[in-house]
Design a protein around this ligand. Structure first.
Ligand SMILES: [Mg+2]
Length: 240
């Protein structure tokens, strides 16, 4: 049996916001629209709200893609009906996919996990668009350490739904107790691990940590890649 590490992607291994910033700048500029820090901030605020709605099941992926760019067109003073939001969204996702940005130290960390922890298997468990995740993983060189990718668009279900993790486990083909979920998000990663009865590591925790650990049945916390490595080494020695 292996030690199966399920890593969230964004703000865990890759810096989603840095890629998003670059991609929005490229996409708006190429379409003759203005770009500024304020436009980026407004875009991310709306995006965050829409992704939470998606996680709650009140919004579809297509609705999310349409709504975020209709909003941006209005924000840029354009008539939303004059541009195809899905076409712009596709360009945006493609721009992101070739502009991956690593979290500081992520590549060395994964190399150390892969070469130091016996029987380590590294998986990505991410909500998002497959082309976006795959492209950013390849453009940063993370792909050489990853055994398989579990992306919500492919699986047809999103974290925190227990069914997302059931599909991951079916593909891994090993017991639940051999798997641990590592991520930064309470609402998708930690709640998902709780729903699926998986061990979990809350990466880069903030706020009311003790209270959240109890509420989400979080097994460990780690505030740096060094701490995370120690936690995973310890877990690996006892997991079964
Ligand atoms: Mg994340």
């Amino acid at each position: 049996m292996h030690r199966n590490f399920l890593f969230d992607l964004d703000q865990t291994l890759l810096d989603f916001h840095a890629s998003e910033y670059k991609a929005l700048q490229i996409t708006l500029t190429e379409n003759g629209l203005p770009f500024s820090e304020e436009i980026y901030r407004d875009f991310t605020a709306l995006n965050k709200f829409l992704w939470l709605e998606l996680e709650k099941g009140t919004l579809s992926r297509t609705e999310l893609f349409v709504r975020r760019f209709q909003y941006i067109f209005r924000r840029c003073g354009r008539d939303p009906s004059s541009i195809d939001p899905l076409a712009i969204n596709e360009k945006f996702i493609l721009a992101m996919s070739v502009n991956g940005v690593l979290m500081d130290g992520a590549l060395d960390f994964l190399a150390k996990v892969k070469t130091t922890i016996p029987d380590a298997r590294i998986y990505i468990a991410s909500n998002g668009a497959t082309v976006n995740a795959k492209g950013r993983i390849a453009s940063t060189g993370l792909d050489r350490y990853i055994d398989d990718l579990f992306i919500s668009e492919d699986l047809g279900v999103v974290k925190p739904d227990a069914a997302f993790f059931d599909r991951c486990l079916a593909k891994i083909g090993e017991p639940r107790s051999s798997c641990i979920m590592i991520g930064d998000s309470l609402s998708s990663d930690m709640l998902g691990a709780k729903n699926a009865s998986l061990d979990s590591v809350w990466f880069m925790p903030s706020g009311e940590i003790e209270k959240m650990m109890a509420q989400y049945h979080i097994t460990f916390c780690a505030s740096s890649f060094d701490e995370l490595f120690d936690v995973l080494t310890k877990w690996s020695a006892t997991a079964g």
